[in-house]
Design a protein around this ligand. Structure first.
Ligand code: NAD
Length: 297
């Protein structure tokens, strides 16, 4: 398969917190981007960046060498490709779908088989790094799929990423992403409950975070979230609580499929699911602190 290099046409579906800055980086690298999102505001923002704003996902896919999906979950990705969105039918034979959403790995395997029957390839290429690193083009990408297809799409992934990891067969990127977010989400709960506990005993929140960050308790939440979004009460990291709960639920579902009894995973997933059901629909994932605090007191 030929490498998909600039100025090839890339369709980009899902122009949210992550999608828009990723589009900006593809445009800067010289790709032609045809974008679609259900939100008219998002489509307008993509057009302002220099993308072609399309009226439907199928229209975006016309003539594209690759279709990138950056959508809330894998069910929506399937619906956009093979259901209502009718993207697969509009794609050129031999074109590649790159699902950069955090989707469920077993569903990804099934989607790959269904697309293959239509002469289309799929790689799963979810990302880590959040909105800040989507903006700077420094995401970590974990890619699963056929090696020759991955070789072809590397030039498309490079403008958005600092590091591209090949994880193995189709679905392994999505599995790795769910595992990462379980570890991240468990660390977040531990850091937040630790601060709640310390404050109740009279410790100062900022001081606690300073100490954790030079001690063995440090993690991504203590370093990049506690002061910035939690203690400041800004709660605007750009990653929703609902998406975090979904990701940890994917890891839990995978453990169940593999018949693994992982107690901390089940417990962590339950905490995030409860918080998602309790807080407002649009809550940022750093608002987990508010939920844990109200539960504790
Ligand atoms: P988001 O909610 O900001 O964006 C999703 C976009 O998809 C929205 O603009 C929405 O209108 C659009 N959309 C929903 N259904 C659609 C459909 N049927 N057709 C077209 N557009 C549709 O979410 P996000 O934070 O950008 O996350 C996107 C994906 O990336 C998710 O799978 C998430 O788990 C993952 N992710 C997010 C982050 C982060 O920090 N925000 C980091 C890594 C991975």
């Amino acid at each position: 398969m030929d490498r998909i290099a600039a100025p090839s046409v890339i369709a980009f579906i899902g122009l949210g917190q992550m999608g828009l800055p990723m589009v900006a980086n593809l445009l800067s690298a010289g790709f032609v981007v045809r974008g679609f999102d259900l939100s008219e505001k998002a489509r307008e923002e993509a057009a302002q960046l220099g993308a072609v704003a399309c009226a439907s996902p199928a229209e975006a896919a016309e003539g594209a060498a690759a279709v990138i999906t950056m959508l809330p979950n894998g069910s929506i990705v399937r619906d956009v490709l093979l259901g209502q969105g009718a993207v697969a039918a509009a794609m050129t034979k031999g074109a590649v779908v790159i699902d950069m959403s955090s989707s469920a790995p077993t569903d990804t395997k099934a989607l790959s088989n269904d697309l293959a029957e239509l002469g289309l390839s799929l790689v799963d290429a979810p990302v880590s790094g959040g909105r800040a690193r989507a903006v700077s083009g420094d995401l970590s990408v974990m890619v699963g799929g056929d090696a020759a297809v991955i070789d072809a799409v590397v030039p498309v992934l490079e403008p958005m990423s600092a590091k591209i990891f090949r994880t193995g067969a189709i679905g392994t990127g999505h599995a790795m992403k769910a595992i990462n977010n379980y570890v991240s989400g468990a660390g977040a709960v531990a850091a937040m409950e630790g601060v709640i506990l310390g404050k109740a005993f009279g410790l100062d929140g900022d001081t606690m975070v300073d100490i954790l960050n030079v001690s063995t308790g440090r993690n991504n939440t203590t370093e990049a979230k506690m002061k910035q979004f939690v203690l400041s009460e800004a709660y605007n990291s750009g990653f929703s609580l609902g998406l975090m709960a979904k990701d940890i639920g994917i890891a839990e579902g995978l453990a169940n499929e593999l018949k693994l009894d992982l107690g901390a995973l089940a417990e962590t997933s339950a905490r995030w699911r409860e918080a998602d059901a309790t807080l407002d629909g649009g809550a940022d994932h750093t608002e987990m602190y508010r939920y844990l605090n109200s539960k504790a007191t």
